[in-house]
Design a binder for this molecule. Structure first.
Ligand SMILES: [Zn+2]
Length: 111
């Protein structure tokens, strides 16, 4: 059974990988003379973590990650912060279990 911790862990790992693979922070770090390592270890961890997710949640996460760059999105006052749709009251009732935004398909973080 997929837990919230696994999904958030995968999301956090993807953010780390995004930083490690490129962007201004990487270039600044290298220009200061620091070495960057551990990318392969991060990618192995991602494979292990992704394998822990049930198929449905792995698919939902990967699809949203590819489409929007983020597989998980926060909810504030019953509004999905990814697509800004107001979620139905019944969605808020199931906030303790994993839920997906019916509009954009991202996994919702109610915390
Ligand atoms: Zn949404």
């Amino acid at each position: 059974m997929t837990s919230w911790i696994d999904v958030v862990g995968l999301h956090d790992l993807d953010l780390l990988l995004e930083e490690a693979r490129g962007g201004g922070a990487r270039q600044r770090t290298l220009s200061l003379g620091f070495r960057l390592g551990g990318l392969a270890a991060l990618e192995r961890s991602r494979v292990r973590l992704q394998a822990r997710l049930d198929g449905r949640w792995a698919h939902a996460y990967e699809r949203a990650q590819r489409r929007y760059g983020r597989g998980v999105v926060a909810v504030r006052d019953r509004v999905c912060q990814g697509c800004f749709i107001t979620l139905p009251t019944c969605a808020a009732a199931s906030r303790d279990s994993l839920t997906v935004c019916e509009s954009c398909g991202r996994i919702l973080s109610w915390r």
